[in-house]
Structures are given as C-alpha cells and as structure tokens.
Design a protein around this ligand. Sequence first.
Ligand code: ADP
Length: 260
Amino acid sequence: MMPPGITDRVLVVEGDITRQRVDAIVNAANPSLLGGGGVDGAIHRAAGPELLGECRDLGGCNTGEAKITSGYRLPARFVIHTVGPVWKGGGAGEDTLLSSCYQNALALAELIGLRSIAFPAISTGAYGFPLERAARIAVCTIIGFLTYHPAIERVVLACHGNAAHTLYQDILGQEKTINTEYEMAQALFSHISMIEASHGIRIKNREAIARIIAPTIKSDTQALSVGISLNNWVAVAGAYGEVTVSESVIRTILDSLKSA
Ligand code: ADP
C-alpha cells in the first residue's frame, strides 16, 4: 500500500471552523484567552459559556504558544488556543512566532494522542498578517511537522472566504510537486512498519531515523535499500522488544547508499 501523500493528510475546506468534525479545533486567541472577535468569538459562541470558565483558569497564553481546553458544545472534543503575532511590518519576528503557533498546536495535539486538527488562518484577521505570507508559513510548518509525525492523520485548513481557499489550494499544490523529503520519509516509515511487524519488534527512534535519512535520499529505490539494510541489521543484531537503532548504524547505512 502506498503511504498517504500530503494531500491525503492536509485538507483545505471553505467554511466555519466551529463546524469541523475533528479531534481539536485551533482558536486564534488573544493573550488573555478571555474571548474576542473573529474566530475567537465564533468558537466561544458555539462552545458555550463553559469554555470561558475553563479559559479563566489558564492564566493567559504567550504569543506563539498553545494551551488546550475541552470543546464543550462543539463537534470537536478539544480547543487548542494559540496566540498569533500582531503584524508590525514583518521585522519583529512575526514569521517565526506564527510558525510556532502551528508547531506548538500540533505538538500539543500529538502529545495527548489526537489524530485530527483544524486550523483557521491565524493572525490574518484583526492581527493584520498578510494572508499569502501567513498561508505559506502555515502550510510549510504543517507539512514539516507531518513529515516526521505520522500520528497526526489529518489537518484541516478552514478558510473563511474563497480567496483564502484558493490561495491555500495553490500553495499546497506547489508543495505536493516539490516535496521529495515528505515522500521519502513516508516510504521509510512504511518500510520500518514492515520490519517491526515481521520481527515483532518496535523501533523506538523511527522518527530520528527518518529525519537523518529522508533529506538525503531521492528515490523509492533508495528508500527500499535503506529498508533492506535496516532489516538486515535487525536480523543480524537479533534485536527484540523495543529497539533503538544507533546513530552509527544509521550513518553506516547512509554511507553504503552513497557508495552504491
Ligand atoms: P487574529 O486576531 O489572529 O487575526 P481573527 O479571528 O481576527 O484572528 O482572524 C483570523 C482568521 O480567521 C481570518 O482570516 C478570518 O477571516 C478567519 N475567521 C473568522 N471567523 C472564522 C470562522 N468562524 N471559521 C474559520 N475562520 C474564521
């Protein structure tokens, strides 16, 4: 079976984020976490007053960080609140902060075992971040995360309005054609899963392995060679139970690929 491609895991939809049937929706909140306009207001209205009650106990949130609450009356079980940067012209670290919002929300979702999450276009409303620049950062950060975190199965980009929808689709389409690293990482994960199943083991550092190897390989054939080498190593080492493949083994496999 082919591993899922980017477009199987990132979905662009036009519509209200409060209606998304995902494990968590992300709120573009303000630092007080006590509600506001835009998407924040819509989420609080749809979730009901209990949401504000829980938010009061969180003690606010710094820009770029993320906190989680229950979703109350929303179809989503959780709300992940993150605070986007206010646009100040681009020279005040806005790009990095916006990227952190996506990164931290995804990491939090993964930490508590969620599989699907929906994002609004954080900072692009009242906070004034230019939409295209924000959309590129969002897509790039999300794909960077998904490349090495297979546990998150689906990310929904909920767009308010047709312009954002088209823009996201275009950016995602460009990513799809250029992102070899993503494809290679998914191929490696699928080989690693087969090795685990056939030897009855669990490879604990599968993400680290993929992170080292995926950026340097360029074809399915090379991914397969890596899979075969890893499989041989497991067999020869007589590994069982929970296995960590050492970095020197990973480097040796990479070197043999270069000399092949
Ligand atoms: P920020 O203060 O972070 O800029 P806003 O809520 O003002 O947050 O706007 C963020 C984005 O969310 C904007 O692009 C806006 O069009 C969009 N938006 C507003 N309401 C909704 C909604 N109900 N569902 C999805 N997106 C929404």
